[in-house]
Write a protein that binds this ligand. Structure first.
Ligand code: PLP
Length: 394
């Protein structure tokens, strides 16, 4: 008998993948230029040229055996040193290489961190709307998921709901800002209030409650918006970072876990991270990528493209009568469905070749995700379809 649960996960395609496959069919039938596919969160801007140059240079100049060989399980020391120096330069937090663990992207960072923290029966809080894989990762680690919905008007944390959800079994809360699927950045006031509440509740329960800060979109913010660095506000924080979106390298699988030095038992938590990495077989992240990102710290692709897309889409859609919390980051817009059933709305959108993702899987029914990491030309061409679609509801 094999694992029914794993077989189920393998057989069930995500809603996003279903829509993408439908898009492939339509692209063949009517031509790619006529399909407005807003389903995937795949960066549409190229990696900075310096990333490619660095890779080429490493391949031609670095000793090949060393470059392609195993690094330490937690990542090459010079790489971890460079990243911790970079973190300190930006956030003055006292990062050290022995609190950093290199991973294959945020997915691995999250999986390892959850396995490091969770004992069976522990609860993990996720704030809806949330990245659907949190449920898969947390449940596999043995946790019970508790969903707390954000406030509908601005998608900041609903502290009354959160306080009610916290129990002595709460081990962690996953915080994702800028957020997938909404693009919303949690404000400094929100993070301060969150830290205060978690400190109060940990003291009351006599437990440790960790924030797992999932930050693949940290660098993708527009205008003068600042994303508060959670370890600066709350001691029990583990950061899960990825270069997938900031450097447009999602297929290369590279990121890291950073255990805050302000965490009281940080060396034990880091040991548990190393242990979970070992138990899951997530040791020694791809070495070429480790050495590459260490030389590209602080770089991003040309994110002005995303900002332009956001402005065009947000301004046009709100003018047409759609409502959405303004996204300050990432490359997603989360609009309220004009009918209660977002699935029905997304089906109707297909009539206009608009491929949108219903919010149900993000724990937020009645809303719809639009990924605007697509060409600006496609966005401009799609606007009349969005207008025709909402006119059906007038
Ligand atoms: N967390 C969030 C919120 C995401 O949106 C994604 C990917 O889209 C991930 C984690 C996984 O990122 P990675 O490709 O680095 O594994």
């Amino acid at each position: 008998m094999i694992s029914e649960k794993m077989m189920g996960l393998g057989k069930k395609r995500s809603v996003i993948r279903e829509i993408f496959e439908y898009g492939n069919k339509r692209r063949q039938e009517i031509g790619a230029e006529n399909v407005f596919d807003f389903s995937l969160g795949n960066p549409s801007i190229p990696a900075p040229e310096f990333v490619n140059e660095t890779m080429k240079r490493l391949i031609t100049e670095k000793d090949s055996v060393a470059l392609h060989g195993y690094t330490s399980a937690q990542g090459a020391l010079p790489v971890r040193q460079a990243i911790s120096d970079h973190i300190n330069k930006r956030f003055s937090i006292g990062a050290t290489p022995d609190l950093l663990y290199m991973t294959c992207g945020a997915a691995a960072s999250l999986t390892i961190t959850l396995n490091a923290l969770i004992n069976s029966g522990d609860e993990v809080i996720v704030l809806a709307p949330f990245f659907p894989e949190y449920r898969v990762f947390a449940e596999k680690a043995g946790a019970e998921i508790k969903v707390v919905k954000c406030r509908e008007n601005d998608l900041q944390i609903d502290f009354t709901a959160l306080e009610n959800a916290l129990t002595k079994n709460t081990k962690a809360i996953i915080v994702n800002s800028p957020n997938n699927p909404s693009g919303v950045v949690l404000s400094e006031d929100t993070i301060k209030e969150l830290a205060e509440l978690l400190n109060k509740k940990s003291a009351e329960f006599g437990t440790d409650i960790y924030i797992i800060a999932d930050e693949p979109y940290r660098e993708l913010v527009y205008g003068d918006v600042e994303v508060p660095y959670i370890p600066s506000y709350y001691n029990n924080t583990v950061v899960c970072y990825s270069y997938s979106k900031s450097l447009s390298l999602p297929g290369e699988r590279i990121g890291y876990i950073f255990v805050s030095p302000r965490l009281e038992n940080c060396t034990d938590v880091y040991a548990a991270v190393c242990g979970a990495g070992r138990a899951l077989g997530f040791v020694c992240a791809p070495s070429l990528l480790q050495y590459t990102v260490a030389e590209c710290l602080g770089l991003t692709g040309d994110i002005s493209v995303y900002e332009k897309n956001r402005n065009i889409l947000y301004n046009a859609l709100t003018e047409y009568g759609y409502t959405a919390a303004k996204p300050d980051g990432a490359f997603y817009l989360f609009i309220k469905s004009p009918e209660a059933d977002a699935n029905a709305f997304c089906e109707r959108a297909k009539k206009y070749e608009l491929l949108l993702v219903p919010g149900d899987d993000f724990g937020f029914p009645g809303y719809v995700r639009i990924s605007y990491c697509v060409s600006t030309e496609m966005i401009e061409k799609s606007l009349p379809s969005f207008l025709k679609l909402i006119k059906e509801y007038r």
